[in-house]
Design a protein around this ligand. Sequence first.
Ligand SMILES: Cc1ncc(COP(=O)(O)O)c(C=O)c1O
Length: 349
Amino acid sequence: MENNFDINNLVRENVKEMKPYSSARDEFEDFDTADMIFLDANENPFENGVNRYPDPQQLSVKEVLAKQRNVKTNQILLGNGSDEVLDLLFRVFCEPKTDNVVTLPPTYGMYGVLANINAVENKEVLLSQDFQPQIEKIIEAVDENTKIVFLCSPNNPTGNSFSDESIAYLLQNFKGLVVIDEAYIDFSKKDSWINELDEYPNLVITQTLSKAYGLAGIRLGICYASAEVISVLNKIKPPYNVNELTQKRALERLDNPEKIKSEINSIITQREVLLKVLLDVKFVEKIYPTEANFILVKVDDANKRYAELIAKGIVIRNRTTQPLCDNCLRFTVGTKQENMKLIEVLKQL
Ligand SMILES: Cc1ncc(COP(=O)(O)O)c(C=O)c1O
């Protein structure tokens, strides 16, 4: 495995050759500011706030993100949740029935689902017992047709971050794309890999407003990568993939970083409270370290405890069928009141 990164070796031939759809709003980019009459997009002309198509490039949102994350707007692509961003990565880089990706279970299930949808082989290389990437096994799994290695850090459902050394090794030695899914990065003490974007042309980072930013309902996922990678993703994305209401709501929220920070701090405080209390719950056998807004615990009988909690009106995630997660339950950290209720119920069981 050695890294002679060249994006042209990675992009599917049909994507290289295709001409992207050019929407009315792409052809007239200054529509926001110009005092003009728009008779180009077959819209209803009567104003109601959303009668016009949204900005296909979501420039206002990207400008705020670029400033906050210290990148350029051409290093950002936005999607309908990070799930759409992940799907676009498959569709740009992975030739169906030919190429493959590497994923590291137990991890976020959508990588495997998207591989299936796109008819791309998913080479699974289990994490180690302490939930770290097994670099030698990943290297063994990689072949000429491996286009992407998906790393989720902090990882769902285990909660831990992957070691910097493992991630750096892959970035330096794998000639395909290394996608780091940082959906939970804001709950971690670790820095985002965004700061390394200029260092590694094969680095792709996904983030989301669904977790720490509290906007799961608006569906806004973010991809940070080189301008080259972003430009090819832009070529295939649906023209208006991020709707006007989402863009507006995201801008409002991004304008209030103190509120977001205070919610994150409160979630982290509550996480630490829960971690302590779980030590005293008699059926809990192991509590895994976490840098996310959830906690993975091993219990005596996951199916039984899951059913008991449901009967008490508390829904958690049973992860017992996942590899290395025998009898494991995943608890999302809620509000103080929700967590107090959870603690009360756990102590009763
Ligand atoms: C690791 C990880 N990535 C991505 C997502 C999905 O994010 P989005 O809501 O932006 O599609 C999730 C949701 O649970 C997740 O756990």
